[in-house]
Write a new protein. Structure first.
Length: 306
C-alpha cells in the first residue's frame, strides 16, 4: 500500500462572494484574493499548524483547526489513515467579513487531502463538492472556491451540484472591507421564514437578469443586483454596510452585501467605473479597505512537491 508520509503539497484557494444581491444561497463568485497552505504528511499523529496573517493568534493550531478537520474528514471518507500533519497557513482572506473564509478553510483541507492522496485515491470534482457542502452546510461559497468563476449551485436528492460560468471581461469587482466582523449565523437568523409572493417573483427576475449581466451585458448590473429577499432584513444589524450599499447604488454602482456581510461588493461594468466607486468609498468611508480584484477563473489549486 502506498504511503503519504513524506508528501508535501501547496494549496491556493480564492476568496468568494456569495449571493451577489438577488442570488441568495445560489450564486457565488471567486475573487483573486488567496489563502495559501503548505501541508506535509509526517510520521505519527496529530497536527501542528502555523498561521501567518489573518487568524494568527485566534484560530486553532492543532487537530481542531478547520483545515485539519476538513483534511481528516476527507481521508476518513476514503478509508485512509490520517498521518501526522505539519501545516503552514498564509492567510489573507479576512475572517467574518463575508468573503468566504470558512469555505476557503474547508476547501483548503479537502484539496490538500486530494493532493496528498494523489495516485492512491482518485477524488472527483463531484466528490469534492459533496464533501465540502457536507462540511460547510451549503454549496454557494464552496463551489466557486473549488472551481472558480461564477457558479450557480443547487441541491437535489442526489446531493449538491454546480454550473460554472465565465464572467464578461469588463466586470471589475471592488470589495470594500471594514475592520469589524459579522456572524453568518446572526445574519441568517434575521431572515423571515417566508417572504411575500411579489418579492419572490422580483428576485427570480433579478437573478435571471444577473446571469445575463455578468456573462454578456455588464451595463445591466445595477438593475440585476436589486434584492428583496435578504439584504433589507439584515440591514439593522449592519447599518454602515447598508449605508454604503445605498450610497453606491444612488451613484449608479451595482453594490451588494458580500455574502453575509459586513463587506460590500461592487460589481463595476468596467475598470473606470470601479475606480469611481473606489474614490467614492474613500471619500465617505476612508476607514474601509478597498480591494480592487479580478474574477478568479481557476478555483482551488494543489501542487504536489516531488
Amino acid at each position: 500500500m502506498n504511503s503519504v508520509i513524506g508528501r508535501k503539497v501547496t494549496v491556493k484557494v480564492p476568496a468568494t462572494s456569495a449571493n451577489l444581491g438577488p442570488g441568495f444561497d445560489t450564486l457565488g463568485m471567486a475573487l483573486s484574493y488567496y489563502d495559501e497552505l503548505i501541508v506535509e504528511a509526517v510520521a505519527g499523529s496529530g497536527a501542528v499548524v502555523e498561521v501567518i496573517g489573518e487568524g494568527a493568534g485566534e484560530v486553532a493550531t492543532d487537530s481542531s483547526n478547520l483545515v485539519v478537520k476538513s483534511l481528516a474528514f476527507t481521508f476518513d471518507k476514503f478509508g485512509q489513515k490520517v498521518p501526522g500533519l505539519k501545516l503552514t497557513a498564509h492567510n489573507i482572506i479576512p475572517h467574518g467579513r463575508g468573503m468566504g473564509s470558512s469555505g476557503a478553510a474547508v476547501v483548503s483541507g479537502i484539496v490538500a487531502a486530494k493532493g496528498l492522496l494523489e495516485g492512491i485515491v482518485k477524488i472527483s470534482d463531484q466528490e469534492l463538492l459533496t464533501i465540502a457542502t457536507e462540511l460547510e452546510g451549503h454549496p454557494d461559497n464552496v463551489a466557486p472556491a473549488l472551481f472558480g468563476g461564477l457558479t450557480i449551485a443547487w441541491e437535489d436528492e442526489t446531493g449538491p451540484h454546480h454550473k460554472k460560468l465565465f464572467v464578461h471581461r469588463g466586470v471589475s469587482p471592488l470589495e470594500l472591507v471594514p475592520n469589524h466582523k459579522m456572524s453568518t449565523a446572526l445574519a441568517r437568523s434575521l431572515q423571515p421564514d417566508s417572504v411575500p409572493h411579489d418579492d419572490a417573483v422580483f428576485n427570480v427576475s433579478r437573478s435571471a437578469l444577473l446571469i445575463a449581466a455578468l456573462t454578456q451585458s455588464p451595463e445591466l448590473l445595477l438593475a440585476a443586483t436589486e434584492d428583496r429577499l435578504h439584504q433589507d432584513y439584515r440591514a439593522a444589524a449592519m447599518p454602515e454596510t447598508d449605508s454604503i450599499v445605498k450610497l453606491m447604488r444612488e451613484h449608479g454602482h451595482a453594490a451588494v452585501v458580500s455574502g453575509a456581510g459586513p463587506s460590500v461588493l461592487v460589481l463595476a461594468s468596467d475598470p473606470a467605473q470601479r475606480l469611481e466607486a473606489a474614490k467614492l468609498a474613500a471619500k465617505h468611508y476612508p476607514q474601509w479597505k478597498a480591494l480592487l480584484l479580478a474574477v478568479d477563473f481557476k478555483g482551488a489549486t494543489v501542487a504536489l512537491h516531488q
